[in-house]
Design a protein around this ligand. Structure first.
Ligand SMILES: [Zn+2]
Ligand SMILES: [Zn+2]
Length: 319
């Protein structure tokens, strides 16, 4: 399977401004002094090998949307944050010539940052497309429809040309969608949220965002240990630093990098990818947290080592 991140920012889209772009250019040029960048090839090598990702790239501005390419004939997404707009544009540009026009969206919860891409999701407007929105919340359809009403947005729901269906899932039950086995787990978050575990051909991906974990509840029977068990990739809400998550931001419904490592290690997961980045953190801060988390994992590991990384818009991970 392949995971493609279309939106990785938590709570609110967070674009780079001109000052931030200029600072990246300044840092890149300063760091190029003394390096041979006299040909296009050497320049590419310099960018890849010498620049930190916080200089050469960005952790991304769109809110939650992750695509799972399972090798099936349909599309699978987790959440429809603002990143969903770009996914829709890619579909309309026919970047997926061999797929059916069927898009399955697995919805963690109806908070605005996870549905805000839908009014700008072009396939929803086009007859011939089918959009199936799967989720465990009874009010999911209401949340989606409410976005398409005055005074917030001028295009009514009835103007959407696609065949749009809502499917209510039961947590803990196994479903098969386009050859992928899917199971949901209830999470601690305002109004509840749900994580999803996707499995196919012996590979497993867990999408778990907007979920708070309290250290005192984590033991061997903690449901998430089973949910994450042996997962090849865990996409994890690591919105806050540990200090924030257990002090001022306790009960805000999100988790930290350190709890992510703790759960992934106990579950024997292979790769922890931190996700739903705090909008107040700039690229340098997210990179610093990632490096600290990698070091923490190395110091605390007992069994097989866990890969730790951070998601960014446009990133692809093969599972
Ligand atoms: Zn969120
Ligand atoms: Zn939320």
């Amino acid at each position: 399977m392949l995971v493609r991140f279309w939106g990785t920012r938590g709570s609110l889209p967070t674009p780079l401004n001109a000052v931030a772009v200029r600072e990246k250019i300044r840092r890149a040029l300063r760091e190029s002094i003394g390096h041979d960048i006299s040909t296009p090839e050497r320049l590419e090598t310099f960018i890849d090998e010498k620049l930190a990702f916080s200089v050469s790239g960005t952790f991304g501005g769109n809110s939650s949307c992750v695509e799972i390419e399972s090798g099936g004939t349909q599309h699978i997404l987790c959440d429809m944050g603002s990143g969903g707009r770009e996914f829709g544009n890619a579909i309309m540009a026919q970047k997926y010539p061999n797929k059916e026009k069927v898009i399955n969206i697995f919805q963690s919860h109806p908070h605005w940052d996870h549905i805000m891409g839908f009014p700008f999701f072009v396939p929803a407007y086009v007859p011939g497309f089918k959009v199936v929105i799967h989720g465990c919340h009874a009010n999911l359809e209401e949340a989606y429809r409410r976005q398409h009403s005055e005074p917030g947005f001028p295009v009514p729901w009835a103007a959407l040309g696609a065949d749009i269906q809502f499917v209510t899932l039961e947590p803990g039950k196994e479903y098969v969608v386009d050859g992928v086995t899917v199971r949901a787990l209830k999470q601690h978050h305002s109004g509840d949220s749900y994580g999803y575990r996707f499995e196919k051909n012996g590979k497993s991906i867990v999408y778990t965002t907007d979920s708070e974990h309290k250290f005192e509840l984590i033991d061997d029977d903690y449901p998430f240990i089973h949910f994450l068990r042996g997962a090849d990739l865990v996409i994890f809400d690591a919105m806050y630093s540990l200090a924030d998550s257990i002090s001022i931001k306790e009960d805000w419904g999100h988790s930290s990098n350190i709890i992510g490592v703790e759960l992934a290690q106990r579950a024997g997961a292979k790769h922890l990818c931190m996700y739903h980045h705090e909008p107040n953190y700039d690229d340098a801060m997210i990179e610093r947290i990632m490096q600290e988390t990698i070091r923490y994992e190395e110091l605390s590991e007992e069994g097989d080592s866990l890969i730790v990384s951070s998601a960014y818009d446009g990133r692809e991970i093969v599972v």
